[in-house]
Design a protein around this ligand. Structure first.
Ligand code: ZN
Length: 358
């Protein structure tokens, strides 16, 4: 039983319009409840806030990078009340053909099966981390995390898990291979940490003029090169630095269609390209011959796997550098500013990633 019969929630009524509301916690007896401690503000939260996300029905409670404590265990939660956990954003039935193929989406929950993207009309309405309480669906996947770090730092488990899935699992990264990461956002930096931990050889990270602080952090985190693409010929820089093309290129840019061409162009023949960034649903002119001529493998990436989460929760326990990756935190009442900060609208100086804390 919950102590409270309602929870404060930041409801996104329509794009760019938040309303701080109290939502009743009735229903949902099949699942459990999470007392939210902190929620990271992700790129997909920014897209939903701007009204640029697909498959989203408003109003909803955003927030898919959630850390909290089990408040009601329910019949399906394997951890006792009080356990600090992260919740995988994707809710998967485990029985449909997509779940059997280990895809991120699930046939039994449409249009979205992700926390932070499910409409609040679906009972019990609290499907996002920008609320004091979040419903734990019977199919939710939880991972215990250490009590020894602040809650906002623990939200970085989410980007870190994606970094492992995108940089290591999907391209089947082998020790000694070279990796180029396009985009120094939280997920780009997470790809760097994961690739280096997996024994990658040379790892480079690209960014823009306004990314200078993120590129500096990439160096501290072990990047062999950081490249500002606004004033550098990246191909020439690669020739200089490693004398060959990277085996793996990962697109983790924010909404930049050009990055797809850059990735296909810069990867070595026979290499692997991981596309982990959506382009705001826009069409663009595309020449596919480069994929054929270079015999490339191109993988679309969506979210992190459970293996990624297991790796990331371990890493949180042992890697003190993660403390530096969450640069901004806001209380729930200042959620609109948190979204602005994550979107880079409050300036990019010292901006790494953003969390809302309770
Ligand atoms: Zn399914």
């Amino acid at each position: 039983m919950l102590a409270a019969d309602k929870a404060r929630a930041m409801m996104l009524v329509e794009p760019k319009h938040f309303s701080l509301t109290e939502v009743p916690t009735r229903g949902g007896e099949d699942g459990g409840w999470l007392a939210v401690e902190a929620t990271g503000v992700s790129g997909s939260d920014v897209q939903i806030w701007k009204g640029e996300a697909r498959d989203v029905v408003y109003p909803l409670v955003p927030g898919n990078e959630v850390v909290g404590r089990v408040a009601v265990q329910g019949p399906h939660v394997p951890y006792p009340v009080g356990t600090r956990v992260v919740v995988e954003p994707r809710i998967r039935c485990g029985r449909c053909h997509r779940c059997h193929q280990n895809l991120a989406t699930c046939v039994s929950r449409k249009p979205s099966n992700s926390y932070g993207m499910i409409a609040s009309v679906e009972p019990p309405g609290l499907w996002g981390g920008l609320a004091e309480l979040m419903y734990l669906d019977p199919n939710a996947n939880l991972h215990p995390v250490t009590d020894d770090v602040p809650s906002e730092v623990a939200t970085f488990v989410h980007p870190l898990a994606s970094g492992h899935t995108w940089a290591v699992e999907l391209p089947m990264l082998q020790p000694g291979e070279d990796v180029l990461i396009l985009g120094p956002g939280p997920r780009g930096l997470a790809c760097l940490i994961a690739a280096k931990a997996a024994g990658a050889g040379w790892v480079g990270v690209t960014g823009l003029d306004h990314d200078s602080d993120r590129l500096n952090l990439a160096k501290i985190l072990g990047a062999d090169a950081t490249i500002n693409i606004e004033n550098t010929d990246v191909a020439a820089e690669l020739a200089n630095a490693i004398g060959r093309r990277p085996d793996v290129v990962i697109d983790v840019t924010s909404d930049d269609p050009e990055a797809v061409f850059t990735a296909l162009d810069l990867v070595r023949s026979g290499g692997r390209v991981v596309l982990a960034s959506t382009k705001g649903n826009r069409a663009f002119h595309f020449l596919s011959d480069v994929i054929v001529a270079k015999q490339l493998t191109v993988r679309g990436a969506m979210g992190a796997s459970s293996i990624g989460y297991q790796w990331a929760t371990n890493q949180l326990d042992t890697d003190p550098r993660i403390d530096d990756l969450v640069s901004h935190q806001f209380p729930l009442s200042e959620t609109p500013r948190a979204l602005q900060a994550a979107a880079g609208l409050l300036g990019r100086e010292e901006l790494m990633s953003v969390a809302v804390t309770f």
